[in-house]
Design a protein around this ligand. Structure first.
Ligand SMILES: Cc1cc2nc3c(=O)[nH]c(=O)nc-3n(C[C@H](O)[C@H](O)[C@H](O)COP(=O)(O)OP(=O)(O)OC[C@H]3O[C@@H](n4cnc5c(N)ncnc54)[C@H](O)[C@@H]3O)c2cc1C
Ligand SMILES: *[C@@H]1O[C@H](CO)[C@@H](O)[C@H](O)[C@H]1NC(C)=O
Ligand SMILES: *[C@@H]1O[C@H](CO)[C@@H](O)[C@H](O)[C@H]1NC(C)=O
Ligand SMILES: *[C@@H]1O[C@H](CO)[C@@H](O)[C@H](O)[C@H]1NC(C)=O
Length: 455
């Protein structure tokens, strides 16, 4: 039976279902950053490892910066979209990973000016010392410090971080703020699935997609002091229509790692022939099991009279509870069942667990069910106050987009990380050092001028 702990401390939150549907226009909006003037002669060969939002946005922004001549290869071991993907339950598609988008971030002002940051720390500092400080203290401390009541923190903020990141008030304060933004009413999602974002970014970037898993990044030429390097990527390619795998390699001037450097990762990347360690930090990832099920919730367990009385979402913040949250899902393509509201017992629920659920636990939550799917994720980092914030630069012309996840993992931060790495690579290639780690925002007057010249 569901432990009393789960119920005593459950915070029941009914979310408004805020699926504002966006189309391609959103993607075009992403492109609104002003392209810097491309240098015609110098076109580096660029290899990007990972075809999630981080890797495809890096490709997209690099194309904007360098123009049409540049060669960009994107390696993807599994599916473009990465942690944004769909799952089919009872004939409808649902978001299996990244679900909601919150759109508001001051870092865009810097990025619109072509500014880049070499570390997550510098990026946060540019947005304000308070934000950087928040990564060094727990969510509990940080939210108290900005004046939120202990009761709000214990009941609401704890539920927000549990639902969004499977974690507790011991996570760092910056994640706490991001978690709270993720339960605000004005949230977005992409029609037909958030993975379209990565697909469209890739298409617009005109990069070559290479379906293969990169095993090794080797430093094969290092003209010390000049910054000029060459890398070889060794990768395993699946042969279509057979089990045969082939090993191949390619050479690049710039390499972008756009996948978590997580010990447990299925497609682990190793680094060879460097004069020093390139991964000098530890980024542990949080295991999350996401269960999709069409079924009838055990109303007794939640103390309601009928299926109709169930809220849209139930979150448990009790430390001993076996599940994190239970949420009624909306399919990503609402057109597929026009205007026929689902009967409550036809609803599809998504349940998050921090460990594999037992059959008994599932049966306690659902008195009956038909379709049941489990998805296993290395979902996001384990967030600890004061932990290392990894750099965006691992070596000369070797970059790491997922450093940004140490601040907060989200579709939007993946985009910000991707754009930062594109700007960083470009600025370093062209010696635009004044546009790296500079924190001054232009004055309002200067802003006006820019707008006029763009018109
Ligand atoms: C269950 C879940 C719910 C979430 N909910 C939300 C949400 O509601 N809102 C939100 O904003 N964010 C959410 N997120 C987080 C968000 O989905 C991620 O932060 C974001 O999608 C990460 O994008 P990425 O490109 O950095 O990484 P990924 O999407 O992980 O992309 C990395 C890609 O690299 C590939 N790869 C890895 N190693 C190799 C290799 N050696 N060679 C070649 N390819 C390789 C992988 O296959 C993968 O496709 C959620 C995540 C999960 C798991
Ligand atoms: C949060 O801080 C308060 C006061 O400092 C403390 O009493 C409480 O136990 C803390 N809660 C958690 C979950 O750490
Ligand atoms: C940093 O955050 C902690 C905890 O929220 C707070 O006590 C401290 O005053 C902050 N320091 C600065 C310099 O803002
Ligand atoms: C429903 O939940 C209650 C309370 O947790 C439990 O006692 C009961 O066995 C559950 N019902 C089923 C059919 O599992």
């Amino acid at each position: 039976m569901i432990s009393r702990d789960c119920l005593q401390q459950s915070s029941l939150m009914a979310y408004k279902n805020v699926y504002q549907l966006l189309g391609v226009a959103f993607i075009v909006g992403l492109a609104s950053g002003r392209a810097l003037k491309a240098d015609e002669d110098a076109s580096p060969r660029i290899g990007i490892i990972g075809g999630g939002i981080g890797g495809t946005s890096t490709a997209f922004f690099l194309r904007q910066l360098y123009g049409p001549k540049l060669t960009i290869d994107v390696f993807e071991a599994q599916k473009v979209g990465g942690r944004t993907s769909l799952i089919r339950v009872n004939g409808e598609d649902y978001e299996a990973g990244g679900t909601i988008i919150h759109k508001k971030n001051i870092i865009y002002e810097f990025q619109d000016k072509g500014m880049a940051f070499t570390t997550t720390e510098d990026m946060l500092r540019a947005m304000g010392d308070d934000l950087l400080n928040m990564t060094r203290h727990t969510m509990n401390e940080s939210l108290q410090h900005i004046g939120l009541s202990q009761r709000f923190i214990d009941e609401f903020a704890a539920a927000a971080v549990k639902d969004n990141y499977g974690q507790t008030l011991n996570a760092h304060g910056f994640l706490g703020v991001v978690s709270l933004m993720a339960v605000e009413p004005d949230l977005w999602a992409i029609q037909d699935g958030n993975k379209r974002m990565a697909e469209l970014l890739l298409r617009e970037s005109k990069a070559n997609l290479i379906k293969g898993s990169v095993n090794t990044v080797a430093l094969i030429k290092d003209n010390l002091g000049t910054g000029s390097v060459s890398y070889e990527l060794d990768y395993t390619k699946a042969t279509p229509g057979s089990d045969k795998e082939t090993s191949e390699s390619r050479e690049y001037d710039i390499v972008v790692v756009a996948a978590p450097l997580n010990e447990g990762s299925k497609n682990k990347i190793s680094f060879a022939d460097f004069p020093r360690d390139v991964v000098t930090f530890k980024q542990d990832y949080h295991k999350l099991i996401s269960m999709f099920v069409q079924g009838k919730v055990n109303t007794t367990a939640f103390d309601v009279g009928s299926q109709n009385e169930l809220p849209a979402e139930i979150i448990s913040i009790a430390p001993g509870c076996f599940f994190n949250s239970l949420k009624k899902m909306t399919p990503v393509s609402p057109n597929s069942k026009p205007d026929t509201p689902l009967k409550p017992e036809e609803a599809v629920w998504r349940v998050f667990f921090n460990k594999d659920p037992t059959e008994e636990e599932i049966n306690n939550l659902f008195v009956s069910h038909s379709d049941l799917r489990l998805v296993d994720w290395w979902a996001y980092p384990e967030y600890q106050a004061g932990a290392d914030l990894p750099p965006f630069m691992l070596y000369d012309r070797l970059y790491y987009v997922n450093a940004v996840e140490a601040a907060a993992s989200a579709m939007e931060t993946a985009l910000i990380g991707g754009r930062n790495v594109a700007l960083l690579a470009y600025n370093q290639w062209h010696g635009h050092f004044d546009k790296i780690d500079e924190v001054q925002l232009p004055s309002p007057a200067e802003n006006e001028e820019t707008k006029k010249s763009e018109l």
